[in-house]
Design a protein around this ligand. Structure first.
Ligand SMILES: [Zn+2]
Ligand SMILES: [Zn+2]
Length: 191
């Protein structure tokens, strides 16, 4: 099989299964792990796939079959999904950053990657590097309190100028959403 054919095969497996380990791929394709690493290099550069601790997953979270949000169980057709990849390479789909942050808190030690969408550009970003805007006058029409994710502080600040709110880093955002869910506000997930 040519490298290009292996890449195609790989992508189709990822579409069906969400994530795969390098050793599993090497077994299935009957080539060495070195070869697999060489094969996936261009896919990584083109941002088609993302490396996790034990393997790889598809970069485009829309391609992953979804059976609703893992946290609030809402049917997820949100434009701002969050994806969590666990250490054993299971892929969880969350409807929005609100559920993503809460789910992360629940299974923190099992999380290999948490990925979200940049609110403005819709590009895939690591949630841990993102900036989260709370309390803005923009309604995502998903779960409350809502958080909007931005890839850069500059963009978050520009949006904040127009719509207000507070900007938090990932760890702060996790704490904030948890604190509010425990507070008087209670759960406002509109299931
Ligand atoms: Zn949810
Ligand atoms: Zn939601």
């Amino acid at each position: 099989m040519l490298p290009i054919e292996r890449q195609k095969q790989l992508l189709s497996w990822l579409k069906e299964e969400g994530a795969l380990s390098i050793s599993e791929i090497s077994k299935r394709l009957q080539v060495s792990e070195m070869t697999i690493y060489r094969d996936i290099k261009p896919l990584l550069t083109e941002n088609k796939i993302i490396k996790t601790s034990g393997g790889i997953t598809l970069a485009s979270i829309n391609n992953i079959p979804s059976s609703g949000c893992t946290y609030c169980f809402k049917e997820s057709n949100s434009r701002h999904p969050v994806q969590i990849i666990t250490n054993d390479l299971k892929v969880e789909q969350l409807c929005c950053p609100h559920c993503g942050l809460l789910r992360y808190k629940d299974i923190e030690t099992d999380v290999s990657q948490i990925i979200c969408r940049d609110f403005l550009y819709n590009s895939t970003i690591s949630a841990k590097m993102a900036f989260f805007l709370f309390d803005s006058d923009f309604n995502l029409n998903c779960c409350q309190p809502q958080a909007l994710a931005f890839g850069s502080r500059k963009q978050a600040e520009q949006f904040q100028k127009g719509f207000g709110g507070v900007i938090l880093r990932f760890e702060e955002a996790v704490e904030e959403v948890e604190k509010r869910m425990k507070g008087d506000l209670g759960c406002h997930c509109n299931k």
